[in-house]
Design a protein around this ligand. Structure first.
Ligand code: KIV
Length: 275
């Protein structure tokens, strides 16, 4: 069964946890989908893990559409959510609706995600009014990295914690059907989760969120430039790739690859005439 806004909202009502992972290409999306992940996020983290930028600021609409369309072709039952990149919605309601529409029409996303609380509620409302489902993103919002002055845990003071709860209620009231909580103390994330009817999806926000999301390169040991505290590495695919590549190089050197089973045949009579 295809996951939709209804199945995701239902999951919270039924107390079933939601599993979300990022993907940026067709073959990875297919693998995650076949494994049964409920939601695939085409995150603007592709700026870091795919394009090698130091942050997400330079990611463009064209980048997001290109990768989202590839993911959408690989996703079957998983719901595909695409990030709205920096300055594709902050500039106003009109830009937000036009760009969200492009991610749906050209990227074939089923929902868009954008960062921010009360300040982006007019955008959320307008996008939802255009029949485009929205996931909100609170806490550490990487597009605001220059305003934050670094990647820090959010909501630690009473005022900041109260603001986070108010923002979660505001994005719900504006029409978001889920909210990502990034780098938020676990007890505060629990309180937020109990304060809204929409599912919370945590990344560095403890076990009491309604779901979890990780960047797949992080959880598979494929990206080692830095490792946030909240990442659990479930496999070391990076080491497997390096081992396989070294074996491939050795076999080329010693002449054992390609073997007969990897080679094409030609009639001896034909080849004989060429000598
Ligand atoms: O871009 C991304 O991958 C994200 C997740 C970290 C939630 O926004």
């Amino acid at each position: 069964m295809k996951n939709t806004t209804s199945t995701i909202l239902q999951a919270k009502e039924n107390g079933n946890k939601i599993a979300m992972l990022t993907a940026y290409d067709y073959s990875t999306a297919k693998l995650l989908d076949e494994a049964g992940v409920h939601m695939i996020l085409v995150g603007d983290s592709l700026g870091n893990v795919i394009l090698g930028y130091e942050d997400t600021i330079s990611v463009t609409m064209e980048d997001m559409i290109h990768h989202c369309a590839a993911v959408a072709r690989g996703a079957g039952q998983a719901m595909v959510v695409c990030d709205m990149p920096f300055m594709s919605y902050q500039t106003g309601v009109y830009d937000a609706v036009v760009n969200a529409g492009r991610l749906m029409k050209e990227g074939r996303a089923q929902a868009v995600k954008l960062e921010g609380g009360k300040e982006v509620c007019p955008q959320i409302q307008a996008i939802v009014s255009a029949s485009i489902p929205v996931v909100a993103h609170l806490g550490l919002t990487p597009q605001s990295i220059n305003a934050f002055g670094g990647y820090k845990v959010q909501g630690k003071t009473e005022a900041a914690a109260r603001k986070l709860i108010e923002d979660a209620k505001a994005v719900e009231a504006a029409g978001a059907f889920a909210v990502v909580l990034e780098c938020v103390p676990a007890k505060l994330a629990k309180l937020v989760t109990e304060s809204v009817h929409i599912p919370t999806i945590g990344i560095g926000a403890g076990p009491d969120c309604d779901g979890q999301v990780l960047v797949y390169q992080d959880m598979l040991g494929m990206f080692t430039d830095y490792k946030p505290k909240f990442v659990k590495q479930y496999a070391n695919v990076g080491a497997i790739i390096k081992d396989a590549v070294r074996t491939y190089m050795n076999e080329i050197q010693e002449g054992s690859f390609p073997a007969e089973e990897h080679s094409y045949k030609i009639d001896d009579e034909v080849i004989g005439k060429l000598y």
